[in-house]
Ligand binder design. Structure first.
Ligand code: DC
Length: 227
């Protein structure tokens, strides 16, 4: 980004298992921009505060949240969200942590805190950011907004493959059920629910390869970055 030129924010929102992280990472790499995985922020909160944290409420919860600091670190295709200076690593990636993250994500204190942190990271910097409410609530003036969809069974199968590559075997039925539960939580909450922004480009990726979706994203995002 040149000095004095407004930053370019590109957002990718969509449900669990749709491939947002992989696609946002690749898109950012191709465009030469940093990549912000906002789900990692909610996952760090869930891992740090645990199930008990859900019951804290109000000031006690806000107090615990403010002990957490987030920063983006890296270059090229290797951006990572640091929590209190450390890479949270694979511990945040289980589906159980994902479900707990989704429950924390419905709490007003958590939404206010994470929105503030995400905006602070994007302030003055161009980036590709992915999550659930980036185009609607966090960066409503983003230059390009994408909303990715895919059938639940397809998302379950993709998640199974991803976990297998990390060495963990999960039953497809269990993953589909967990994804369905997360969809309900993420779409049904009253604060910043998962939904496309009015000006988002909606892409159903069910029958497309990763490369095909990436190509479509690039075709729309390149002109916005002056490429
Ligand atoms: O994208 P993910 O699976 O890592 O996200 C984990 C949970 O965090 C997701 O189910 C809901 C919540 N989340 C959110 O509410 N808003 C975001 N922008 C990103 C994630």
């Amino acid at each position: 980004m040149k000095f004095g030129v407004p930053p370019v924010h590109i957002t990718l929102d969509g449900p669990a298992g749709v491939g947002k992280s992989s696609l946002a990472r690749l898109l950012a790499e191709k465009l030469g921009l940093p990549f912000l995985d906002t789900g990692a922020m909610f996952r760090c909160i869930a891992l740090r505060l645990g199930e008990k944290g859900l019951g804290l409420g109000g000031d006690a919860l806000a107090g615990e949240l403010h002990k957490l600091d987030f920063a983006l670190s890296g270059e090229g295709g290797t951006f990572v969200l640091l929590c209190n200076g450390k890479d949270p690593g694979p511990a945040i990636r289980s589906e159980a942590v994902g479900v707990l993250a989704s429950r924390f994500a419905a709490l007003p204190e958590v939404r206010e805190f994470t929105r503030g942190k995400q905006r602070a990271i994007g302030e003055g910097f161009s980036l590709v950011a992915e999550g659930r409410d980036l185009g609607t609530a966090v960066f409503p003036r983003a230059r390009v907004k994408f909303f990715l969809e895919a059938r639940t069974e397809v998302r379950g199968a993709r998640r199974q493959k991803q976990l297998a590559a990390q060495g963990s075997r999960e039953r497809l039925e269990d993953l589909v059920e967990q994804i369905r539960r997360r969809d309900e939580l993420d779409r049904g909450r009253s604060l910043a629910p998962l939904k496309p922004a009015e000006d988002a480009v909606i892409i159903d990726t069910s029958d497309l390869s990763l490369e095909e979706v990436l190509e479509e994203l690039l075709q729309r995002a390149r002109p916005a970055c002056g490429l």
